[in-house]
Design a protein around this ligand. Structure first.
Ligand SMILES: [Zn+2]
Length: 296
């Protein structure tokens, strides 16, 4: 799924091509994209309006149109935006037509991406505030702020990082990379982190996101730039997707485990397991032995 660096890469690529242009036509080919609104309703609200700015908040790409009309796109699992492709992409769900004959397609094989309309800045801010916490590359993302957020969460820190209402834009890749950089096990409860650990994790989040941005995103799954080119951050992963390979710090093989329902990569020497979770793992590992003994 595209995360903050991937969405920001798309924004930076598209902005110079679309800002100042008139969105002449919005053709919604799959009505599920803008549910519960009807495609005609969304089209009527945006068509003929100039694009004042292309913005981003968390993983949302926000089209700020004339007269305070906002269209908010979420790419979800497999969504991509393609500008003036040689032919219409196979899984197109939406077509944007701009003045000057430019076309932008939203291509989305799994069809989870969404488009939401907000009439007025207040409606936009209300929509985003209900879904998104602090923007991690903004000055508001301080270690004191993050420490306060962790105090009320018993969730494992990996789940905490994925919660968009706490920190906006971090997903599975960047959470793994940040935890490895900070030397923190993904199953450690958020509220048990020390101030020092939270500070290291904040640094890890920022460094991972900035690394992703510098590489123009990670192209695993379907992520492409609007010109069809792929990002290269997947070649620079420190831990994510490196199961069985030696840890870059201590050479112990990288393990894959499940945290927050997601495949999670960890070096359990550099990111030691919390003691209570170690004990629980030992207990569950001993269970099959006991049942085998009982049945024999
Ligand atoms: Zn290691």
């Amino acid at each position: 799924m595209p995360e903050l660096p991937e969405v920001e890469t798309i924004r930076r690529h598209l902005a110079p091509h679309v800002e100042g242009r008139v969105l002449e036509r919005l053709e919604v080919l799959d009505p599920r994209w803008c549910e519960p609104l009807a495609p005609a309703e969304v089209a009527a609200a945006v068509e003929g309006r100039r694009v004042e700015a292309l913005a981003r908040r968390g993983k949302y790409l926000i089209w700020e149109l004339e007269d305070d009309v906002h269209l908010m796109l979420h790419l979800r699992m497999t969504g991509t935006l393609l500008l003036d492709p040689p032919e219409p992409p196979r899984f197109r769900r939406v077509r944007f037509g701009f003045d000057g004959g430019h076309e932008l397609y939203f291509d989305d094989p799994r069809r989870f991406g969404t488009g939401e309309l907000a009439l007025g800045g207040d409606a936009r801010d209300e929509f985003l505030a209900a879904r998104l916490g602090v923007e991690p590359l903004s000055p508001d993302f301080t270690s004191a702020h993050m420490y306060a957020l962790t105090r009320t969460s018993r969730a494992p820190i990996k789940a905490f990082l994925l919660d968009q209402r706490k920190i906006a834009g971090v997903g599975n890749i960047y959470a793994d990379e940040a935890l490895f950089r900070a030397g923190i096990h993904p199953l450690r409860p958020a509220q048990r982190l020390t101030r020092k650990q939270v500070a290291a994790l904040r640094e890890g989040v920022v460094a991972s996101l900035e690394g992703g941005l510098a590489a123009k995103g990670a192209s695993i799954d379907d992520f492409r730039h609007p010109d069809g080119v792929q990002g290269s951050f997947q070649e620079r992963f420190l831990i994510h997707l490196r199961e069985g390979e030696p840890c870059l710090v201590c050479e112990r093989p990288v393990r894959k485990l499940r945290a927050a329902g997601r495949g999670t990569y960890v070096c359990e020497r550099c990111q030691p397991r919390p003691r209570r979770i170690q004990a629980a793992a030992r207990r569950s590992a001993s269970r099959p032995d006991r049942s085998a003994a009982a049945s024999s």
